[in-house]
Ligand binder design. Sequence first.
Ligand code: PMP
Length: 419
Amino acid sequence: MDIAFDRQHLWHPYTSLSDPTKTYPVVGANGVRIQLADGSQLIDAMSSWWCCIHGYNHPVLNQAVTDQLQHMSHVMFGGLTHEPAIKLGQQLVAMTDPSLDAVFFADSGSVAVEVAMKMAAQYCFEQGLTKKHRFLTFAKGYHGDTFGAMSVCDPVTGMHHKFSHLLHQHLFISSPRCGFDQAWEDHCMDEFKQALAEHHESIIAVIFEPIVQGAGGMNFYSPEYLRQVRALCDEYQVLLIFDEIATGFARTGKMFAYEHAAVAPDILCLGKSLTGGYMTLSAVLCNRMVADGIGTHFMHGPTFMANPLACAVALASTQLLVNSDWQQRVSAIASSLQQGLQDLSAHPAVKDVRVLGAIGVVELHQTINWAAIQERMVAKGVWIRPFMNLIYMMPPLIIEAAEIDHITEALATTLQELL
Ligand code: PMP
């Protein structure tokens, strides 16, 4: 493998070409294991950034792609349609809240967020709500790297300062404070209530990640917060967008995180594990009020919209998930993570350890040299990708207890070695 070319010419995520962070050449992946070119096997604790819920090289998903290839890999969706898109649309409508029954297929998570923001904006425009010109969102949020998505990401972790002259200015409030298992305290809602009361006339929609704020801070918060947000959005007639690109498809212990609160958004963004991590595809669902209110033309139509290969594998992946014992799997992963990580709370460098569903987080007091931690973990046969002061794990749902023990033991040793 020409690693020198890779280092000199290929950008990797969130790094530079002048001083790139280390990359590890991969030659294959199977089940929960990634195989490196040097022959070593790594247990994947990242599901390739939340995606590979069924693990790699899954026979059912492989078959779905192979079967679809015999018919067509792609046709434009403008004026044409096909079975994989229709069946996937039916599947998504059936498995999400009954109010969500219109589906827009897009290319990636970031584009889904752009589409959701545009849907909300066009809805308001068509309703004559012309004073509405901004979104309300939270600190520690993350919604993607395109300009619209970036404008609603946490201003610090999203490094807004480099682009602030180009970004539309939205309203930010503090991230939800009341933890997932904490007793609810009414003051947790004060800032949101005040923001909506003061600014609802200018707000197109509230957009955020329900229950788990992911790449902006791995913050888990109370379902009561979602319930009250929904009620207040109804009261002030402000649209509600949930970004479930990371949390969707069982990761938090519910099929969708909003189910923890038994509320539904007006617009829902899905992505990542939609295709079981096989290829890029996202979907934006909305309710009839939004769909009908948008009027005759919704001005968005990506070239690869509803790509048949992606839809076919997404259909196979969602069916595989729905027909599996995912609840038991996620709670077994939660217990193993809990057990394996709990002793780390006593480590002086550790600020907090938290687990929700198939997500485990070790928050440190200080920002870390994550590349050094990653290197030690690779040497111990584990793949993780920490950021800032956060080491987090969200393994494929097919992982076994012994493999989670391997991950948590490797992490405990690494922290002893380095911190
Ligand atoms: N929203 C959330 C909550 C995400 O976690 C991500 C990706 N990390 C995105 C949006 C953007 O998705 P993509 O990288 O596919 O554009």
